[in-house]
Each structure stands twice: as C-alpha cells, then as structure tokens.
Design a protein around this ligand. Sequence first.
Ligand code: MN
Length: 255
Amino acid sequence: MTLILLTNDDGVNSPGLLALKQAVSAVGEVAVLAPDHNWSAGGHAKTMHKPLRVQEVTLADGSSGLATNGGPSDCVALARLGVLPRTPDLVISGINPGSNVAQDMTYSGTVAAALEGWLSGIPSIALSLTVREDIPPDFRCAARVGALLARQVLEHSPARVLLNVNVPSVPCEEIAGIEITRLGQRIYRDRLVERRDPRGRKYYWIGGDPPDGVGDEGTDVAALAAGRVSVTPLQLDLTCYELIGELRGWNLSIG
Ligand code: MN
C-alpha cells in the first residue's frame, strides 16, 4: 500500500497537520513525523551537532504520530533512512498557516521538508494556506486540495516532482480553480525593532507588517490574489546562467 509521510514546520500538534492527515488518510497509509516545536522560517536546516530524538505522540484525534527535536528536513531524512519501516512514496509538508510564495522558498521550513523529500527522489508537495488576521484558519479546503494533488501525483508519478501549493483562505466552493504558476515576487516590509532587556542591553526583533507581493500574471502571488489555488512545480537549480559567460570573461588568474 502507498505510504505517505506527513510533516510540517509548525510542530506535530499543529491543526494544519491534523486536517491534512484526516484528508490524506483516504489516499494511502499515512505516517506522521514532525518537529516537536515550531520551526517556521527555519529554512532547510540539517541537524548535525546534536542527537536526534524521536518519540511517539498522540495527536488530537487520538491517532499516533512521531515527533522529533529535529527540523522539518530532518523529519524527512529520519523517515527515509530507517525510522519508518519503508521509504515513503510521497511526502506532504503542511498545511502551513500562512502562504509560502516567491522568495519565501528560501525561508520556508514547509518547503524545505518537501525539498528534502524531492532531493531523496521522493515525490513531494508543500502545502500552505493563506491566513487572514480577522478569522482563524480553516484548513478543510486546503486539506481537500492536498488529497486531490496526492492522488494526482501518485497516479501520474512523474519522474521528479516537487510542488509548492498555496490555497487562498476562502471556502472551497468560492475557490476559482487551480492554476499552474511560476514563482512571483514578494515585497517584504521588514523593519528593525530595537528594545532593551531588563539589564539595559540592546536586543532586536526583525519585525514589520506582513509581506505583500507583485501580482504579475501567471505567478503564485497573482493566483492567490485572484482566489485561485496556486500550484508551482519547483526545481533546485539556482545557477544564474546569464552570468556564466560574463564571469568567464573576468581576469580570474590566481596570483
Ligand atoms: Mn510554519
């Protein structure tokens, strides 16, 4: 039977993970292995200098899962390298409360877990839900989207597939379809907040308003703004091909 590994960057007790588990259980056998605390914006960390612990935990629906002190990508590595009885056929990371689009790829622990799966040759999906400040997140529609895409990935089983999926925060019946997109542009509004601790020493928060985005057509940012689910196929090649030729023209003789 198909084995689907579910993980996230928000911690094993995140309601987004539970909603995903309940929806994806209809697609195959599900195993949960997730961090024991919140790693959001932790990126693609690999734990190398401390032992990784794995313990069985009871999820809010009474089912069991595994939690680790490692990060999201550690979860996938642990699962693949022997903590699970066999290699998962699919990794799904999420459901993250908060979209992961554009440059968020470099910060997102949600995406990092899926990337770790993909690097290991396992089809992988990162799944995030846009959240609004005025209402609590409702993961039900994103969970349905996760199950739908899980079925499609398993049915088509493309050689290498890494999907970054974002669901707008509207009821399922109001969603204007699923759009295949490319990564867009984020506009971050980071601001340095300087405070003093009780001993008078300075400390900092990198704060600011939630990020915005440039709504160019065909991008993940634009699809979400239009009320559509965004599905972006990802790959890892960060090479800047435009600069290769120019750099070869530089004087690069050493000493
Ligand atoms: Mn998160």
